[in-house]
Design a protein around this ligand. Structure first.
Ligand code: ADP
Ligand code: ZN
Length: 441
């Protein structure tokens, strides 16, 4: 960013408010450079580009990319740890990795310049929302191999804000520091904010007396009713922030204060939506799987990387003034989709129904079991303290009424089991919403 634009409303106005034509021409230029860089520096990509008969110099249209095959998470794993790096290791200054709960983790690398790009892309998001150098940014994402902590740390420093790299966990300490240091910005998962709210209530901290303005919340799917709950409890603007380590980390896209869709930093990350079954590219407004091609990073570029995240793309005339394309909040991942008696269900659909019901707490767990070879789905959800202790309601009747609401929204019968307050495990990072007991039964 040019120094003199710091007093502007936008970090990079020449990009974020550019015309569609200008964005497309930047994307084509950067796509050519990225493909050429991959071609010249990595045999895996060289073979792919040759097999597709593509000459990076001759790319005229973004749709030329459709000639190239997708890259899957399995392919990243097969090339563990550094097989898909496109610069010598001597140029790589940082690695991060995704959790790797199944098989090899995926390892991603950054050159010095890549780290600058990352910090700048996320700083743009934060600055455009209103984060400035007098802000105090509490980064409660984990630091370490996970990209969340370091991503926000460097981005907020780049703006010149004061950063508290507190990392996740130790919630009482988080709240003490938030109070004493007067944090104005919070970065963590949406589920963790609700846990913070619960502990705050217990120890007598009132968010309306604290100083939070914005929460950049992501790393897991969440819904509109969940946002309402978080905004009410933490007294801040809760914004949906999306990213994944393979593409760069946080900084791929985020909501502006309009809170209608996440603007994608599309000069760095070229998005596509595909039909996850056929691989066919889908038009705007049609839901499918998000695919990204990185357009500027060097150590670990990705070409048509299948994220498994479900969303759709759209252009609108956003009143924030940014013209970057938007993606809808990812509702879940193709591999988290539950198929219950032939019906596709995302945990976020269940959340959406539950969070709109008064007297339920925003803590739930979906439990899958098998009975007589048939999958059964049950949802455990906590009721409010008041309802539980004062026995203000016939709980069985309440369960039935929730089951009816779920049935009319989703179309399958989901058994509801109401639980005592504070009995469902809380999360300090990514929440585990599904407990699959089918294999063990
Ligand atoms: P992993 O979860 O595999 O360890 P990452 O930590 O890079 O890898 O997490 C990236 C994934 O987290 C995304 O692919 C997506 O599924 C999920 N995610 C990140 N941000 C959001 C968000 N705002 N909404 C929904 N899902 C998100
Ligand atoms: Zn906007």
């Amino acid at each position: 960013m040019a120094e003199n634009s710091k007093d502007n409303k936008f970090w990079d106005p020449e990009i974020t408010t550019a015309s569609r034509d200008k964005i497309i021409s930047i994307q084509i230029e950067n796509l050519k450079k990225t493909l050429k860089h991959c071609y010249e520096n990595n045999n895996f990509y060289k073979k792919r580009i040759d097999d597709a008969g593509l000459n990076p110099d001759k790319i005229k249209d973004l749709s030329d990319i459709e000639k190239l095959p997708f890259t899957s998470k399995d392919e990243l794993r097969e090339n563990y740890p550094f097989g898909l790096f496109c610069t010598p290791l001597s140029k790589v200054v940082r690695v991060h990795s995704s959790s790797g709960t199944t098989g090899n983790p995926t390892v991603v690398g950054y050159t010095k310049e890549d780290l600058e790009i990352w910090a700048d892309a996320l700083a743009r998001i934060m600055y455009d929302v209103g984060v400035r150098e007098d802000d105090i940014v509490q980064v409660s994402h984990g630091f370490g191999m996970f990209t969340g902590g370091f991503g926000f740390q460097y981005a907020a420093e780049r703006i010149g804000a004061l950063v508290i790299p507190i990392s996740g966990g130790n919630t009482e300490r988080q709240l003490k520091i938030m109070t004493d240091f007067k944090s104005t910005v919070l970065c963590c998962t949406p589920s963790y904010t609700l846990y913070m709210a619960e502990i705050a209530e217990k120890i007598g901290i009132d968010f309306s007396k604290l100083h939070l303005k914005f929460g950049f919340l992501g790393a897991e799917p969440w819904t509109e009713p969940m946002r309402a709950e978080i905004e009410k409890k933490l007294c801040m603007n809760a914004l949906n922030s999306y990213g994944l380590s393979e593409v760069i980390g946080p900084g791929v896209s985020c909501e502006c204060l309009v809170k209608d869709g996440l603007h994608i930093n599309e000069d760095h990350f070229l998005p596509e939506i595909i039909d996850p079954k056929t691989g066919k590219t889908l038009p705007h407004n049609q839901q499918g799987e998000l695919v990204f091609t990185s357009l500027s990073k060097k150590a670990f570029p990705v070409i048509r990387y299948r994220t498994k995240d479900i969303s759709y793309l759209y252009l609108d005339d956003c009143s924030c003034g940014k013209k970057l394309i938007k993606m809808a909040p990812p509702m879940g991942r193709t591999d988290d989709m539950l198929i219950i008696r032939g019906v596709n269900v995302f945990p976020s659909q269940i959340e959406e129904v539950l969070m709109q019901i008064k007297d339920l707490e925003p803590h739930y767990l979906i439990v899958l079991t098998r009975e007589n070879y048939l999958d059964k789905i049950e949802v455990w959800v906590e009721v409010s303290e008041k309802i539980f202790h004062e026995k203000l309601m016939d709980l069985e009747f309440f369960e039935k009424s929730i089951e009816d609401k779920l049935y009319s929204a989703i179309g399958i019968h989901i058994k509801v089991s109401l639980k005592e307050p504070r009995t469902i495990a809380r999360s300090e990072g990514k929440a585990q919403r599904v407990w699959d007991r089918r294999e063990k039964i």
